[in-house]
Design a binder for this molecule. Structure first.
Ligand SMILES: Cc1cc2nc3c(=O)[nH]c(=O)nc-3n(C[C@H](O)[C@H](O)[C@H](O)COP(=O)(O)OP(=O)(O)OC[C@H]3O[C@@H](n4cnc5c(N)ncnc54)[C@H](O)[C@@H]3O)c2cc1C
Length: 463
């Protein structure tokens, strides 16, 4: 980006435009650790400023990369071709919470936990709960269609987005969707924008569905000897027609990472742990928790614990919550994938992951939202050994191939970004890619928005 667009941006943003190297470094990476310096960073406070920015970008042909908190796990907000990072963090107002119609209207920079807490104060529930909820933003959640622990029962971000306001790649401001429970007028542009990773439009406002907050909950922690027993229990519980609000699985490698730090006794022979939560009306929670315990024992649980009060439940959850920070201590570099398979195929997938790790002599730590078949596969590498990196890349490719063969998907919630772009066609096929590219051309004919993402090579070639 040369002097002319920069001076136009300075006129628009004044002190809300960052250009120093130090400032730009802060906006050059996401949670993947991939870095690429932007030419500048701007902080809009209104949809009109976003619109004028995109018009300028079309005039001077520079990339615009929308950014929330930069917590993405696929490189989505990394400015791989330079350009302007547009940080939506200052558009962070909750505009309204309508307690009669159970609808919230928010700006994109609202931190997910803030919305959940404000809804809770009114007896309402905004269910999407990515583990990053203390810092990630609603805009980022919408762009990635984020999930979380309770997706197994309550669904993902997509299920709570009723309508959007967004600036398209052309600089036009569009309003999509409805504020009503129903609405089928024309194509569902809201659903198309959700999960589009900032490549079709920049979300400037969201209309979100809320539901009543569940009366109570109970948490069960069960240890099994093997992944096979634990993942069979997952399929068994679903077959029993129980829908927990969370069903998290940790394999032996994940348990070993947190064994020391967890504030609970972990059996020496534990090869797999399941953390299961049920919620709803008081009477049904107690019965469902009994049935979950029974099912766990039936599938070979060696120890089962249960907590009904908030403090006890939180204690059980520490086991799961300590994994991500513990992994960083064990190995600072990891290749983090989030495959999903049909739940009934989970035992087969877990066995396959163990086989890949042993065949390729790699440490692979697996945990995740097993209730929806979503496994976070973490290939731990030193980061300095090229031969090990090659083995890790081959392992990822093999794991994706198996995932698709089992009828699964290569990303349940982290998106394609740059890290999975080479594998897009493996799952959606050439026609799928072609139709997606045609849609991209319609929303963003000059390739302004977040180039280099989803369809990496094509976007690079355009510039
Ligand atoms: C410790 C940790 C735990 C995590 N746990 C989970 C989890 O359980 N479930 C899960 O789904 N994810 C999880 N994530 C991943 C990440 O937090 C989510 O993808 C989150 O939604 C990203 O939000 P963000 O505000 O940080 O967005 P960013 O990382 O800044 O951006 C992500 C993408 O959204 C686009 N974008 C951002 N704002 C807008 C906007 N207003 N309009 C259009 N596009 C926009 C960006 O261009 C980029 O493509 C985790 C990450 C970390 C670090």
């Amino acid at each position: 980006m040369d002097g002319q667009p920069l001076s136009a941006l300075r006129d628009l943003f004044g002190e809300r435009l960052f250009t120093s190297r130090e400032q730009r470094i802060c906006y050059s990476y996401d949670a993947t650790g991939t870095m690429s310096l932007p030419d500048a960073v701007a902080f809009p406070v209104s949809a009109e400023e976003v619109r004028r920015t995109v018009l300028l970008a079309n005039e001077h042909r520079f990339p615009v990369i929308p950014r929330g908190a930069g917590s993405g796990f696929s490189g989505g907000s990394v400015p791989v071709q330079g350009g302007l990072v547009l940080s939506l963090e200052r558009m962070d107002r909750i505009l309204s919470i309508d307690t009669e119609n159970l609808v919230a209207v928010v700006e994109p920079g609202v931190v997910t936990e803030t919305l959940k807490e404000e809804a809770r104060k009114r007896g309402l529930f905004y269910p999407p709960d990515p583990a990053s909820l203390k810092f990630c933003t609603i805009g980022g959640n919408i762009a990635e269609c984020s999930g979380g622990m309770c997706a197994v029962k309550y669904g993902v971000t997509r299920d709570y987005v009723m309508g959007l306001e967004a600036v398209l790649g052309t600089g036009e401001l569009i309003r999509t969707g409805v504020t009503t429970v129903k609405g089928v007028v024309g194509y569902d542009l809201t659903r198309l924008l959700v999960g589009s990773e900032g490549t079709l439009g920049i979300v400037t406002k969201a209309i979100l569905k809320l539901i009543p907050f569940p009366e109570t909950a109970a948490t069960i922690l069960a240890f099994f000897r093997s992944n096979h027993d634990g993942s069979s229990a997952v399929a068994g519980i679903i077959r029993e027609r129980i829908t927990p609000c969370a069903m998290e699985l940790m394999d032996r490698t994940a348990i070993d990472c947190v064994r020391e730090e967890a504030d609970l006794p972990v059996p020496d022979d534990a090869g797999c742990a399941l953390l299961i939560e049920v919620d709803g009306p008081r009477e049904s929670v107690s019965t469902e928790a009994d049935r979950v315990e029974q099912a766990c024992r039936q599938y070979g649980a060696i120890e089962v614990g249960r907590a009904g009060d908030a403090k006890g439940r939180e204690r059980l959850w520490t086991l799961r919550r300590s994994i991500s920070p513990a992994l960083r201590k064990v190995n600072p570099v990891k290749i983090n994938e989030d495959i999903v398979v049909p739940r009934s195929r989970l035992p087969e997938m877990m066995a396959f992951l163990a086989d890949v790790a042993s065949r390729r002599n790699l440490k692979i730590v697996n945990f995740g939202h097993a209730g929806d078949g979503n496994v976070h596969v973490n290939v731990m590498i030193s980061g300095t050994d090229e031969e090990e990196r090659r083995r890790a890349d081959e392992a990822v490719s093999e794991i994706f191939g198996k995932t698709v063969a089992l009828g699964g998907t290569i990303s349940g919630e982290h998106g394609i970004g740059i890290s999975k772009a080479p594998f897009l066609e493996m799952e959606v096929g050439p026609l799928g890619v072609s139709v997606m590219k045609r849609l991209k051309g319609c929303f963003d004919p000059n390739g302004i928005l977040n180039p280099g993402k989803i369809f990496m090579e094509e976007q690079m070639a355009q510039r």
